[in-house]
Design a protein around this ligand. Structure first.
Ligand code: BG6
Length: 493
């Protein structure tokens, strides 16, 4: 389905996100014919820039992604630029007039995506000013506001941000991006669970022993110290992506594959999260920060030695947490959520560990425990599903070995996936909010993590609370020792 004609207005058009993600994604959509028939992009930012300079900057950005430039000229004809003063209503009114002219020129009827690719500190001002300038009103065509995380830095500030957004926009106009939700294999979790009859009957406390969700990165903090020092891994990865992965694995089936029914189920799941017992918090949480080490054979500095980082910083770059979902399906099943920067490998992997067989008739002969069944959903960079089970060891001796059933997306003929930003942008154009956060979910996740963040911020630099790990390792070397029962050690094993 092709979206209705519309304009995409990108605020923060001279910034990093625009060049790195948004414009390359829009270009790919355009080149594959997935953008509306009539469509244009208007970049808006504080810097004075001519249209040609903006086009040139975007061409470089797209070229540097190694994309085929065959459709560039036609795309560039749809690129415009307008300088704005972010907190000045008149400046937005001038922008509105310009957009009306561009609408007429490109044959677009007034539908607009307003994408905020600006620093989060500006979100509130921007939302309020957009409303004051009348840019949120849906008199002629729809207006959709696309916002990137972070949605506040705690429950209170996320509510405040939402109140500011609410001055001009209603919930159906707000698209809060979580690019993990837009990853193809993340979406596949629901297909896997609910389009097959054989897995869902096992998907509960009666058959599942524990679930592990790991997101590892090799990258360090890069040039984002200013943001990361304030955020740390809990705000950067857990309040958003890790919570959504958990919700997709654990939520109940919605009655229909439809935005609000699916989001209702995710919200219900967030509502069932068991609050952390703060008096024994560190039985449930491991926090750590990376030391100097090696990534792909190259030395990399410690977090505290990264540019812009406080040399005595207490920001965690790794966290592992044990989470329980208090409902009928999941009572007593631990979910281990782990994520860190500067780990050995880039990967996102969900492992469903099934229970032991009820009675091991082979134990006496084999003298060992039988390996339990495991279902591994590899989200990225490998896109695979693997089921491990036991089979007879070939030969005269009685013996068992673990074998696997394996499915790989890459092997699918004609695979033409969409990158996360392409999917998110096209869904915003289509008005489908399924893969976006709704405010109730945002608030429930903050309410879940706020007490932990508060406790951690008061914990000081106690070695037993903020552990260290070598860059290039799988986290604090003894995470498993620190935390008996935790399956995470080397997630590749
Ligand atoms: C972002 C975080 O949301 O996700 C980054 O702010 C992180 O710190 C990134 O690196 C990871 O995304 P991906 O798609 O590379 O796994």
């Amino acid at each position: 389905k092709r979206p209705e004609d519309c304009a995409v207005v990108i605020f923060g058009a001279s910034g990093d996100l625009t060049g790195r993600k948004l414009v390359p994604a829009l270009y790919r959509l355009f080149a594959s014919g997935a953008t509306p028939e009539h469509f244009y992009i208007c970049g808006a930012a504080r810097s004075e820039m001519s249209r040609e300079q903006f086009q040139d900057k975007m061409r470089q950005a797209v070229e540097s992604r190694g994309l085929d430039m065959g459709a560039w000229q036609a795309f560039a004809d749809r690129l415009h630029y307008q300088a704005v003063v972010y907190d000045q209503v008149e400046s937005y009114q001038a922008l509105a007039t310009r957009l009306d002219e561009l609408d007429a020129r490109h044959g677009v009827g007034g539908n607009r995506i307003l994408e905020l690719a600006i620093p989060p500190t500006l979100y509130q001002t921007m939302a309020v000013t957009l409303a004051r300038a009348g840019l949120s009103q849906e008199e002629r065509g729809w207006r959709r506001l696309v916002v990137e995380k972070p949605f506040g830095r705690d429950l209170e500030s996320s509510r405040e941000l939402n109140r500011a957004i609410g001055q001009g926009f209603q919930e159906h106009q707000v698209f809060r991006i979580d690019h993990y939700l837009a990853k193809e294999t993340v979406q596949n979790i629901m297909m896997f669970r609910f389009a097959n009859a054989i897995f869902e009957p096992l998907w509960n406390r009666n058959f599942i022993d524990q679930v592990s969700i790991v997101t590892g990165e090799t990258l360090g903090v890069e040039h984002r110290a200013g943001y990361y020092e304030q955020a740390g891994v809990l705000r950067d990865m857990f309040q958003n992506h890790m919570m959504q992965l958990l919700a997709l694995v654990a939520a109940e089936p919605p009655s229909l594959f439809e935005a609000d029914r699916v989001r209702d189920e995710r919200t219900k799941l967030f509502r069932s999260l068991r609050p952390f017992p703060l008096e024994e918090l560190y039985d449930y949480l491991v926090l750590a920060q990376y030391e100097a080490g090696e990534i792909d054979g190259k030395p990399v500095p410690a977090y505290r030695a990264e540019p812009g980082v406080d040399p005595s910083s207490l920001a965690p770059t790794f966290a592992a947490m044990k989470v329980y979902v208090d409902n009928w399906r999941w009572q007593g099943v631990p979910f281990y959520l782990t994520s860190g920067k500067r780990l050995t490998e880039k990967l996102t992997r969900i492992t469903i560990n099934f229970r032991e067989v009820p009675h091991s008739l082979f134990r006496r002969v084999l003298g060992e425990d039988i390996q339990t069944n495991r279902l591994v959903l590899d989200i990225q960079p490998k896109e695979e599903i693997t089921l491990y089970f036991q089979a007879k060891q070939p030969g005269a001796q009685v013996g068992l070995r673990t074998v696997r059933l394996h499915f790989s997306y890459q092997d699918q003929a004609g695979r033409q996936g969409m990158e996360a930003y392409e999917k998110a942008l096209v869904d915003a154009m289509l008005g489908d909010q399924m893969l976006f956060w709704r405010q109730d979910g945002v608030e429930l996740c903050w309410a879940f993590l706020d007490p932990v963040l508060e406790a951690c911020e008061q914990c000081g630099d106690r070695a037993d609370r903020l552990h260290r790990y070598r860059a290039g390792s799988w986290g604090p070397s003894d995470a498993a020792k620190l935390w008996p029962g935790h399956p995470y050690n080397n997630p590749l094993e």
